[in-house]
Design a protein around this ligand. Sequence first.
Ligand code: ZN
Length: 170
Amino acid sequence: MVRPILTFENPVLREKAKKVARVDASIQRLLDDLTETMLEAPGAGLAANQIGVALRVCVVKGDDKQIWGLVNPEIVKKDGAQVGYEGCLSYPGWVGEVERAETVVIKGRNRHGKEIRVKSSGFTARAFQHELDHLDGVLFTDKLTSLDTLRRVEELVGEEREEAVAAASG
Ligand code: ZN
């Protein structure tokens, strides 16, 4: 089911989401709702608190269109750095420059409760880091390289705009 996406003023976006004790049918439904909502938006990822559920659950759409649904995700390894524009479905219409690790390895449980590790880089790694921040109540606007880089998407032109529109939005 597509759920409404909450915007940055909502206090649930500043909460540290709670760990999931057991991956049951309600968590599988939550993963389905997150996936449908992300695809409809459209976005590159979505965290459960963005739809008002303060649990450590998120989805990310990889470069190859594969969709990762993760429960209790955590970063176990990060390498390198990338600087680029990033947006957020809870901050519609705005982008800003954020530095992220270039490569991350995420450990979490899948929809069957099985522990998995996902290695990603570039755009997908940026989306994972953005979603994991959401689960800690952190928004991309907390991490801008400079406040001057916070821009309205429609103010940007040409290549800059293309980059911004393609930016991780989740
Ligand atoms: Zn976001």
